[in-house]
Design a binder for this molecule. Structure first.
Ligand SMILES: [Zn+2]
Length: 126
């Protein structure tokens, strides 16, 4: 067995161990950066150290993605609320429930839904 064969085996083993430790640590083995673990290997890090570096890196990416999503969600919520306020200022309310935007008129009442339309019809006849 040549030196290279042995090295290759160790090298494969090393990556296997890193993948396993990442997986066991709750990370995503598929997202392991092969180039980085190779560098760790040649820099003399143990597979465990390399795995924890990888986990750290993945968590950081995960965190930043989550923070960005939260920011986007917040932005959307703000826009939605502003949209609602504009709607409340501009659109006529349902005359029956007063809760929603009136979409049609029934017997002189602005109504938002079939339910309110039915009530409006009852009002007209009674
Ligand atoms: Zn209504």
């Amino acid at each position: 067995m040549s030196v290279f064969d042995r090295d290759d085996k160790e090298y494969d083993c090393y990556h296997g161990d890193v993948f396993y430790d990442v997986w066991r640590g709750g990370g995503n083995p598929d997202a392991v950066d092969y180039d980085r673990t190779t560098r760790d290997y040649y820099n003399g890090f143990s597979s465990g150290e390399s795995a924890s570096n990888e986990l750290h890196r993945q968590r950081r990416i995960h965190e930043s993605v989550r923070e960005r999503r939260q920011a986007e969600e917040y932005e959307r919520q703000l826009q939605y609320e502003q949209h609602c306020e504009e709607q409340q200022g501009q659109s006529p309310r349902c005359d029956i429930c007063g809760q929603h935007e009136a979409v049609t008129g029934v017997n002189g009442y602005g109504v938002c839904s079939q339910e309110c339309a039915n009530v409006a019809t009852t009002k007209e006849t009674s």
